[in-house]
Design a binder for this molecule. Structure first.
Ligand SMILES: Cc1ncc(COP(=O)(O)O)c(C=O)c1O
Length: 417
């Protein structure tokens, strides 16, 4: 276990850039992973190298062939990382843009008068795309309400609203406000039990850094991630689509291969950094298991990340050493409950008498980076039903430590007055 091995946590931290200090601020604890995780040092090197290559991938020269090979390798690596038995990966402008493109294509491919289903816990990326393209395509939008106390939307809640004419469905894998994960495989099954051919698009953007991606189990048609939230860099998104989604009429150049979804010249460096991310998961799996198979190592890494992040969120909620946890601080409310087994590395809180902006600023002054979420178009769907105008998001990854958690607990305790 990571928490029992100081050597391993050091080795993990050593692989990430700016792990304990910010070039703009100086020493700081990074609890803003849901806004963008730390970047692997290997990604920084790879990105710099490919930024210097002028050649177009695929051209008949050594650089064109080499960069095409890098892209092909990254797609093969992603298939292992995310356990994709078929379908294809491609890059786009961002996770949001790819979700819009997949949802738009699915809606425009559905017969008028059919339905699109999604839930109130989703990020606006999927909700906005589904509502907009449902209207344009002449489809009715069906909203599945999430549970305020647990922050979850259940398979039963989807099932209760399902009808055979639901042609498109959206699912968020984890909420970036509460950090609570959904049972995507079970929700997908609940959808297919009633509408077997429904096109299902999953937003995996918040979940990806927390390990355990398994496309084969989700039985979906689209899945999007944002690489900067899973240890790569900003500037692009990655989507996986099923063969069925691939074949739908979609944006492409006239005369180009029917199966192509990529638009414009490819950035080989962006793909290359995804291979770095996959290699990192394999390395971690090797440290925590005796597995030799690539996928088995990635699975082992995912299980370890889950266990260690749960250890960290438990320490934050229940206390560590002789420090009381957030649940025992009278001035603190924990969103989605103190005991929530679906929590993925994130604790979201509100303080009784202190505005969240002030809390985030006070923490910043002490070198602890967190983030405010407001009841705006990003987070209003979660906060408004709870009667909150804002909250403080403390988001962790497996390179954070219990000592960092202790620093945060001390700082929050001292805000009690
Ligand atoms: C669940 C989820 N969906 C969508 C987004 C938007 O991602 P991006 O800004 O990378 O397109 C985020 C960003 O945090 C997210 O967590």
């Amino acid at each position: 276990m990571i928490q029992d091995s100081p050597h391993l946590i050091d080795a993990i931290r050593d692989r990430f850039a700016h792990v304990d200090s910010c070039p703009f601020q100086g020493p700081r604890i990074f609890f803003e992973n849901a806004g963008g995780a730390l970047t692997l040092k290997s990604v920084v090197e790879t990105a710099a190298f490919f930024a210097s290559i002028p050649d177009n991938p695929g051209r008949m020269n050594p650089a064109g062939q080499a960069t095409q090979n890098v892209i092909d390798k990254a797609k093969a690596d992603l298939a292992v990382f995310m356990n994709a038995p078929s379908g294809q990966f491609f890059a786009g402008e961002s996770g949001t843009e790819l979700l819009f493109r997949m949802i738009r294509t699915a809606c425009l491919g559905a017969p008028r008068g059919n339905k699109v289903i999604g839930s109130s816990i989703e990020h606006p990326a999927t909700r906005s795309a589904a509502r907009r393209w449902a209207e344009i395509a002449g489809l009715d939008y069906v909203n599945v309400q999430h549970d305020n106390d647990t922050g979850r939307v259940t398979p039963a809640a989807y099932a209760a609203q399902m009808t055979p004419d639901v042609a498109v469905a959206t699912i968020v894998h984890a909420s970036p406000v509460t950090g609570i994960g959904m049972d995507v495989a079970a929700i997908s099954k609940a959808i297919r039990d009633v509408s077997p051919d429904c096109l299902i698009v999953v937003d995996g953007i918040q979940h990806a850094a927390h390990g355990q991606l398994d496309l084969a189990a989700y039985d979906a048609d689209g899945y999007a991630i944002s690489p900067y939230k899973v240890f790569s860099r900003h500037g692009y998104g990655i989507a996986w689509i099923s063969d069925r989604m691939t074949a739908l009429p979609h944006d492409k150049l006239i005369g180009a291969p029917e199966s192509g979804w990529e638009l414009g010249t490819r950035d080989a460096g962006s793909y290359a950094t995804m291979s770095d991310v996959v290699a990192y998961f394999e390395w971690l799996g090797e440290q925590v298991s005796d597995e030799t198979d690539r996928r088995a190592r990635i699975n082992a890494a995912g299980r370890e990340i889950r266990a260690y992040e749960t250890h960290l969120t438990n320490a934050m909620i229940n206390g560590t050493g002789n420090l009381a946890g957030l649940r025992d601080m009278e001035h603190v409310t924990i969103l989605a409950g103190a005991d929530n087994p679906a929590r993925e590395g994130l604790v979201c809180i509100a303080l009784k008498d202190t505005p969240s902006a002030e809390v985030v600023e006070t923490l910043n002054q002490q070198g602890i980076r967190t983030h405010i979420r407001k009841a705006d178009h990003y987070s209003g769907n979660v906060l408004e039903p709870l009667g909150l105008t804002d909250c403080i998001r403390i988001s962790m990854c497996h390179y954070n430590t219990e000592a960092e958690v202790a620093r945060l607990l001390t700082a929050v305790r001292d805000m009690a007055s």
